[in-house]
Design a protein around this ligand. Structure first.
Ligand code: PMP
Length: 450
């Protein structure tokens, strides 16, 4: 906990002044936008930035964007991973443009579908693939498939996980260990304990207790938590997860939407995991809506054999534009030519530099914070040691402090992921981009602790 709240409040006010003075054109756009858009944004999450009004973007390329006030920013948010491939990557844009000119959506496959499935099968240990427009929808689809193939009703998730706007995944544990709705669950459809069991990350005994009920169709997990800060798995944790899912007949779904930052084959390949299903999304389309889910042949066949062709279009999985030709063109080009093995080498090297830079300042001022790296992604949090589970990570939250640090960075032309203290590197993030953050971060810490 940062104690000197008066100092924090004063620092916040002075950064607000800097923001207001530098961004009059964004203010103009916002004034216009609030007439017809709640909070002046097309999707309400975009209101969760620090500052009196949002920053409106003019254009972007690679690791940078320019706002309507003409300010250049190093983008370490990258659309919260949607642009992990960098903004407007040339190979993806060319393929998307060419496909758009040939038609984007037919309810029929193009050659890119098989090619993309081959690329994914080469990177991930799953041989069968389907496509959707968002990671949320991929997760939702897999939950249905798991229920269908197991005949069970419930799923299990980690406490403080996030898997998109999937109703069943909005569960958390209260102080007594009961499953309840997470905070802010808008219009919750049913009590969460009817659909979901929750376990702490890294808690093997807790997982055993939940799965041994044999009520759980699917265990939906990130292999490392990334949505409550980064929480890494203990050695052996994933061996136990795999073993318990097999023992109790639960489908293991690994959601790699964020942890894809660990390398070209995600954390699944880094750790040699063996899921029954795996989800990718956000960045794999090169900046356009696209997601994919992989399955073992056994799981895929079990589902397929249970479906009648007649019902397949209204069976609860899929969507009119899912697997459309434009998404597939974007995914194929992005996997073949943008998010390549060598691109990950650069991304991870920059992320290591970023982590070292943050750690140096933490050490210099003896600040009780820690920084954790996960491949091309890294994040600091307001506690002295890395958290071991979501509860520990959540307890270190300090929204005001976070907002201040984000605004401070923004005023120095650096965008950090809004819901986290997280930085993500794209294939063309440069050492100079990282250095800009390292200097600004030190300056921010001096303003609080110096
Ligand atoms: N899974 C994980 C792990 C995520 O972090 C997110 C989004 N932050 C999603 C799924 C959902 O992605 P989308 O909002 O693009 O559907």
């Amino acid at each position: 906990m940062y104690e000197d709240r008066e100092r924090l409040a004063a620092a916040w006010e002075s950064e607000l002044e800097v923001f207001r003075a530098a961004r009059p054109r964004s203010a103009d756009q916002w004034q216009r936008a609030i007439e017809h858009l709640p909070d002046g944004v097309p999707m309400l999450w975009m209101a969760k930035w620090p500052g009196p009004w949002p920053v409106y973007v003019e254009s972007a390329g690679g690791a940078h964007f320019t706002c309507v006030d003409g300010i250049d920013h190093v983008d370490l948010c990258l659309g919260d991973t949607g642009a992990m491939c960098g903004h407007a990557p040339e190979a993806s844009v060319a393929a998307i443009e060419a496909q758009a000119r040939r038609g984007s959506t037919f309810m029929l496959p193009t050659e890119d579908a098989a090619a993309t499935a081959e690329l994914l099968s080469a990177r991930f240990p799953l041989p069968v693939w389907q496509f959707s427009l968002s990671a949320t929808d991929a997760n939702r689809s897999l939950i249905r498939y798991a229920r269908q193939s197991t005949g069970r009703r419930k799923i299990a998730v980690h406490d403080f996980s996030y898997h998109g706007t999937v109703d069943e995944a909005y569960a958390t544990l209260d102080a007594d260990g009961a499953v309840v709705s997470r905070r802010g669950n808008i219009g919750a459809p049913v009590p969460l304990d009817e659909t979901t069991a929750v376990v702490q990350f890294n808690d093997i005994d807790g997982l055993d207790a939940v799965l041994r009920t044999r009520e759980i169709a699917a265990l939906l997990i990130e292999p490392a938590l990334t949505n409550i800060g980064i929480v890494l798995p203990d050695p052996g944790y994933h061996d136990a997860v795999r073993e318990l899912c097999t023992r109790y007949g639960t489908i293991l779904i690994i959601d790699e939407t964020h942890t894809f930052s660990a390398g070209a084959g995600g954390l699944t390949r880094e750790l040699g995991l063996e899921p029954d299903a795996l989800v990718l999304g956000k960045s794999i389309g090169g900046g356009i809506p696209a997601a994919a889910w992989g399955m073992t042949r056994e799981f895929s066949n079990a589902v397929r054999e249970s479906l009648d062709l007649e019902d397949i279009d209204v069976g609860g999985v899929g969507g009119t534009l899912a697997g459309n030709a434009l998404s597939l063109a974007g995914m194929r080009a992005t996997l073949e030519r943008v998010l390549t093995e060598s691109a990950f080498g650069n991304m991870i090297a920059r992320s290591t530099e970023w982590t070292v830079g943050v750690q140096k300042t933490i050490d210099e001022f003896d600040v009780p914070w820690q920084v954790t790296q996960l491949g091309a992604r890294a994040e600091y949090s307001f506690r002295p040691t890395p958290p071991r589970d979501g509860r520990e990570a959540a307890d270190a939250d300090d929204f005001e402090l976070q907002q201040y640090l984000h605004l401070h960075a923004l005023n120095r032309g650096i965008l950090i992921t809004p819901f986290h203290n997280m930085a993500l590197m794209c294939p063309v993030t440069s050492p100079a981009d990282v250095e800009r953050h390292t200097e600004a971060f030190r300056e921010a810490v001096v303003s609080l602790y110096g």
